[in-house]
Design a binder for this molecule. Structure first.
Ligand code: PMV
Length: 324
């Protein structure tokens, strides 16, 4: 028996990835920048067993079949083909955060699986190769391989579309305060959503301006300039949601409460609190803030009627192997 366990954190994008230029290879239409969320994790164990006749997946204690298992099996096929070993795997994966919390787990899931499975198949991949591999499972998983603040380069082919750290976790002690607004799984998943991005007349304008936003965001992180970071984070989130809202069919991920929280955050910032909002493909609002603002942000969020919970996370590390 050959057992390998890896732990990875989800990440929150400051500059979002929305739309692929190659859906199969998950080659993005634009580069993106994110922060690792150290308080949350996915722990995945991969065991190769010679008596198995197909892959098996147990997710948060329940055995999976259908689409979830197929997605993982297709991902393992890439590793099987690279290693030349055609064995099936038993995979046990657990999230430290409830799936019902509506926090995307595919980034940490495929980052942990990329490391645990590549080791199980005796592949010794570099960080860059792991990021490329994780990307094939879920685009944002490429950014859950490096530690701290990561940039995923769109690249010119599969071999140079990977994420790397632009600053380590201790560079800037930012926090993500996640306001849980809904606990239902998202109506349209991101794999499907990416395929609709090109149907929006706003996507080309969003892509044309991407390098400028990436530069602004990278510079704000390196200089620890919160005011500049706040502006570009909110602009980028709004631009992605503008594309979602204007695609065919339109995707509306915001709920009335999401909008109310966004409005409040801009008022708080105008009053001097270092906080900025960003939303992924769902109604929960991520409030990125400085260490000084964290307590106040989380208290204020808890007071807003309808907010079900507030999860807070500091900047986290990269994927790693573990024996526990
Ligand atoms: O990795 P995916 O296919 O789940 O796409 C992630 C898409 C967003 O979360 C909306 C944006 C991002 O860059 O993380």
């Amino acid at each position: 028996m050959h057992e390998n366990t890896a732990i990875a954190h989800p990440n929150i994008a400051f500059i979002k990835y929305w739309g692929n230029r190659d859906n199969d290879l998950r080659l993005p239409s634009n580069g993106s920048i994110s922060m690792s969320l150290g308080a949350l994790e996915t722990r995945t164990t991969v065991t190769l067993e010679s008596n198995l006749t197909s892959d098996e997946l147990v997710l948060d204690g329940s055995s999976q079949s259908g689409v979830a298992l197929e997605r993982v099996s297709t991902f393992l096929d890439i590793i099987r083909s690279a290693s030349g070993k055609h064995k099936f795997a038993h995979i046990v994966s657990e999230n430290s955060f409830p799936q019902s919390a509506g926090i995307a787990s595919s980034a940490s899931a495929f980052a942990a699986l990329a490391l645990a499975a590549s080791r199980a198949f005796d592949l010794d991949l570099t960080e860059r190769e792991l990021s490329i591999l994780a990307r094939r499972g879920s685009g944002s998983a490429a950014r859950s391989i490096p530690a701290g603040f990561a940039e995923w380069h769109m690249g010119s082919s599969s071999d140079d579309s990977f994420a790397e750290a632009i600053a380590p976790p201790d560079h800037w002690p930012l926090w993500d305060c996640i306001a849980l607004v809904e606990d239902q799984p998202k109506k349209v998943g991101s794999t499907q959503g990416h395929q609709l991005a090109g149907t929006s007349p706003l996507q080309s304008a969003r892509l044309q301006d991407a390098t400028r936003r990436l530069d602004l965001c990278r510079e704000a992180i390196l200089k620890k300039d919160f005011a500049k970071l706040a502006d570009v984070i909110e602009l980028d989130s709004n631009m992605m949601h503008a594309v979602m809202l204007t695609s065919q069919p339109p995707l509306m991920y915001w709920s009335p409460l999401s909008i109310e929280i966004m409005r409040q955050v801009t008022i708080w910032r105008a009053g001097g609190l270092e906080a900025a909002y960003t939303l992924d493909a769902g109604p929960n609002v991520h409030i990125i803030c400085t260490a000084e603002a964290r307590q106040s942000v989380s208290d204020r969020l808890s007071e807003i009627q309808g907010v079900m919970d507030v999860i807070i996370s500091p900047v986290g590390g990269g994927v790693f192997l573990t024996t526990r």
